[in-house]
Design a protein around this ligand. Sequence first.
Ligand code: AMP
Length: 447
Amino acid sequence: MKVLVVGKGGREHALCWRLSQSPSARELYCTSGNPGIDRLVRPLAIEVRDIAGLADFAAANQVDLTVVGPEEPLSAGIADEFDKRGLRIFGPSRAAAQLEASKTFAKNVMRRAGVPTAEFESFTDTAAARRYAESRHGSMVVKADGLALGKGVTVCHDRATALAAIGEAMEADRFGAAGRRVVIEEFLAGEEVSFFALCDGERAQPLGLVQDHKTIFDEDRGPNTGGMGAYSPLPHYDAAFESCVMREVVEPALAAMRAMDIPYRGVLYAGLMVSGDRINVLEFNVRFGDPECQALMMRYSGDLAEALLAAAEGRIGDAAVVLAAKSAVAVVLASGGYPGDYRKGLPIAGLERIEGQEPSALKVQWALKRIRVKVFHAGTALRNGSIVTDGGRVLTVTAMADDLATAVTSAYQAADLIAFEGKQMRRDIARRGLAAAGAKPPLRGGD
Ligand code: AMP
């Protein structure tokens, strides 16, 4: 089949890479510009947000399946447009994408479905929001209802912070229209994990658990980023936990959406807070996470194009959704200054030491131990034949091995071979999983 991928970051590079190995995907197109992706696909000069242009292309070229990476085109109705034209697409409709685009919508679906989540109220009236915050005891969380580039959530350990967050969102318009409605919810303590499932409107198949690392610095310090690393599976969670999430979260949410006549089709990403045997849903996202997708795609071992087509056609039950029983770790290399201002156009050295043909002791060691290492491009560009930095998150170095400790060591061995001015990376990706598995985190470079 012919497959079109919409998006141009590390997540989409991982999707394109895995799709390029799908026996059923004969031709692959992507709206790219990223040199990692462009090596694998026929790049299109169509913008990700040009929905009509993408649908025209898919119709004119008999594309059999379109796979949408980012959230924005979904909320803008790309799936509705493709459906209208009889084109197959993997991704939810605009109405279903409200699961991510509106926290109030998502919380109401959870309430209706009986999905466990923090107690909450939603407000468009500032005075009512303030009264509610004043009536609460203990910590609470104030959330802009709409999409706010990951900045719309304020965890408040006292009332004054909550009142200030309400004012910022609803009066000072810090998040624009996205913050004119807020959700105020109970603070939950615990460990955050992410669960992914492929959904076809009625049924779902699990892809499993991933843990991400949001802050820029080790030990969860510093400002939040788009994500600095991820690993999957989580050695401290068993198969019974995954079945429980399918039963208590994914299946009831799908049933509630269907009952609302807004069937959910696409990947469902549930952000969970786990404490003891309590699971609560913090949020839903309507697409793969980045870099969670890189870790999952490393492990995915079935025919991905076939599975995504099955989901798009309402027959996910037919698909063989198979992930290797190995550990994958994704480490993001970011530009100096990110998530604040950063420079672009800096030369990147060392990629060929990982992906080139020349033999090296490290490559032999990886091959002997059946370790797979892959570098996914995010913010990179080609200038005069050389690869340079072109974004905040530049590359995701991903490794897969039989056990988590080996995967972590290999990912950092590879990450240390890549150099560009100002390079930042966290050194503690997967530390919770390693601690649970009884292993030590890898040593710092040069230690
Ligand atoms: P969200 O976009 O709703 O996932 O929120 C972003 C982040 O805020 C989450 O990843 C959590 O770290 C934190 N957070 C959100 N809701 C809560 C909550 N009810 N209790 C504690 N932390 C929360």
